[in-house]
Design a protein around this ligand. Sequence first.
Ligand code: VTB
Length: 325
Amino acid sequence: MANSVIAGLDRVLTMEIVRVTERAAVAAARLRGRGDEKAADQVAVDAMRAELNRLPIRGTVVIGEGERDEAPMLYIGEEVGSGTGPEVDIALDPLEGTTICAKNLPNALAVIAVAEKGSLLYAPDVYMDKIAVGPGYPEGVIDIDASPQQNIRNIADAKRVPVSEITACILDRPRHAKLIEAVRATGVAIRLIGDGDVAGVIHTTNPDETGIDIYLGSGGAPEGVLAAAALRCTGGQMQGRLILDTPEKVARAAKMGIADPNRVYQVNDMARGDVVFAATGVTDGNMLSGVKFGRTAITTHTIVLRSSSRTVREIKARHQDLDKF
Ligand code: VTB
């Protein structure tokens, strides 16, 4: 911590970044259930960017809305922050789960991670195979190269419960048909989610509240890094492997510094140094309530995590200065 670039400031940033995800979540929540993914994403991006630029940092977006030519704002490489303060890397998703927000289904989030410069994996926008469990398990309890059956048996044994008391979270996608079949054959309950695997992974960190023990399957690599940043703060194990199944993807990854296309990344390979992470609920979810628009106040619910102390804070805020939003 003493050598950390953001040492000391990470305590301050813990409160400051809450404002960033709160603002994005409120903006997106106004467009919940309207069936318009793009509009909801756009307002979340605008709101997050405005608030981010007030932070006392010299930040570079390393996981963002996309490459510069495809995303006009919060693109990879964009410099954000007030321009004074420490140099940091930023991973963000102003609206993780645009479709869930558009349909007003559970677990849409506004998410950000602020980390020491150079300490986040610069992941290309490809799929990543992921497996994750929360804290409290022996090291090595999950293994991305073992069968789903084996992984589930290992965590049931470690938890000392029958397999039937384990719940696995998997993205509901045709590409997961075989995985779902294999996991169901073990007797495990599956929670199929439509989108939002950052939330899916984070939910494993608090199974008593969320009911989810293990996350399995492939989703976006950028979302994998965001989830790893959260686990870096809460504890828990995660492994990810980029799916680089065409020469074009291998080349794209190589350009971003990824020499070994088959490498298995652990949490600490995806998020190394000090990290501060925040997520605000947009729609109601298993861990976070969605934004509530009251007559005199807007209520938000945020989880904010800091790796150096491993404190997990939940912040329920009543925003009464409604003009600000
Ligand atoms: C996941 C999920 C996202 O993309 O990463 C998923 O977390 C993976 O891509 O919310 P596919 O939709 O192609 O399966 C999202 O659903 C959307 O970014």
